[in-house]
Design a protein around this ligand. Sequence first.
Ligand code: ZN
Length: 289
Amino acid sequence: MIFKQLIVMLSIGSTLMAHPLVDIDVTNINPKQGDAIWIKINASKPIASGTIRLKKKTFKIFKNNRENNQYLTCIGISRYIQTKNTNLSFSFTFADGSTYQTSLPIRIESANFTKEHIKLKPKKYKISQDRSSRKTENRLIGKTFQTTTASKKFSGPFIWPLEGRITSDFGTQRVYNNKPGWSHSGTDISAKLGTPIKASQSGTIALAKSLKVHGNTVMINHGWGIISIYNHLDKINVKINDKISKGDIIGTVGSTGIATGTHLHFGISVQSIRVNPKDWVFDTSTMAL
Ligand SMILES: [Zn+2]
């Protein structure tokens, strides 16, 4: 369902002018933690810059080159965000220098994430406690997730990178050897060592690196701040800046880094907010925007 907010900006002044119009379509005003919301903005005149704020996080908007004065974006709802009534705040500066602000009330619901106990073998547990490596790797991955390329490289729904059993869902509260850890930032898919892993969507390789905690890691930039991540690979078949198509083989399943068995950790991030990958492969309606 598309929720529509029509905003009519009345011009004030002695001269009667055409009423500038900003029409905003939002796919979901009642999202859960880990969801993504797609937003379409039709303006009556060119927007020079525009942002959408949800609590402390500011999202960019991107020009749709196929439609005149149309701007699109995707907003990630953090798995940590407080569940409550809040607002999406829109702020636009038009090319003619005029500005406009408005807001749209939304309600964020709980995703009811479950708890998961994980028993790591001493060697893996030791790596998991290596704060320095974790910090360095998180900084590198975090920096890559911040990339917001204006050109759109994705089309249609994302695909599962491989077929296998889902062993851990997005958002589960991890408890490692009875010590509370981070909540799960992606979906784990179990498969045999060496199973080929496909690119979930077309894009450019933003990271291809061997990491101590996250294992052999590939990240793909799909444009508009949407980036997918693949961890614990055995072999990496791609290198940074490679252009790849949806379904291309990027590597093979392994258990490098902190892993209890051979599996793929698959994640999707929207402008630095991790979202539930399941929604991106099952729900294709959002891509129609
Ligand atoms: Zn995982």
